[in-house]
Design a protein around this ligand. Structure first.
Ligand SMILES: [Zn+2]
Length: 223
């Protein structure tokens, strides 16, 4: 069974963005819960990084997925812009970045295979693992944005690489979905509706399931 970690952005003393009486941390948690249900209904195992209004440091979020060797990490956020006319969906995947020398091994790289790894060897091993999961994440990000655009009738603004902590510290394919702009009056009104949040969860799940069917994400990550 494949395992997806669903991460509701922000929480606790970090409300995220707030507009029209709506707080990002509340909307993200509600959509994440619905997404978890959708994934479970489709036969996947789904685990949440938080299931209540609590603060979780950024690094601890991908750490949850790393610890249980999840197959996919999905972070849910709500966007905002000073220009209130801006609206739409954005999906991000990890952009290449230099791995810190203190980084631990990806789980599938047995230390025995490299008796005394130099930092260069470690960097190469990391690159092998991360290049592949990054490529898969980019494909999945595109699939999710497309599914959301089709099912919600909201434009997918872009699919981009980004250096967000929650993405770059995950050992498995990781995506971050900005489901809409709460600073936009029309999108805020839709986000306030439970039925729309349910539709968002269904669309994200549909994008994930389509990528799984296409073999974008396979169970485990053999090097
Ligand atoms: Zn956010």
């Amino acid at each position: 069974m494949r395992t997806v970690v669903v991460d509701a952005g922000h929480g606790g003393h970090d409300p995220g963005t707030s507009h029209f009486g709506l707080r990002e941390k509340d909307l993200a948690l509600d959509i994440a819960r619905r997404l978890k249900q959708q994934l479970q209904a489709a036969g996947l195992s789904a685990v949440m990084t938080r299931n209540r209004d609590e603060f979780i440091p950024l690094s601890q979020r991908p750490a949850v997925a790393n610890r249980i060797q999840a197959d996919l990490f999905v972070s849910v956020h709500i966007n905002a812009n000073r220009k209130r006319s801006v609206s739409g969906i954005e999906v991000y995947y990890p952009r290449e970045s230099v791995v810190s020398p203190s980084a631990s091994y990806p789980p599938r790289v047995a230390p025995a295979e490299v008796a005394l790894p130099t930092s260069t060897v470690r960097q190469i091993l990391w690159d092998l693992v991360l290049t592949r999961s990054r490529r898969r994440a980019a494909t999945m990000a595109t699939g999710v944005c497309r599914a959301m655009e089709q099912q919600l009738g909201v434009p997918c603004r872009w699919v981009k690489g980004a250096r967000f902590v929650v993405l770059r510290e995950a050992w498995m394919p990781a995506i971050l979905v900005e489901v809409g702009y709460v600073s936009n009056r029309q999108e805020a009104a839709r986000l306030a509706e439970a039925s729309y949040r349910q539709a968002i969860a269904q669309a994200i799940a549909a994008g994930i399931l389509a990528s799984l069917r296409d073999g974008v994400i396979r169970q485990g990550q053999e090097l």
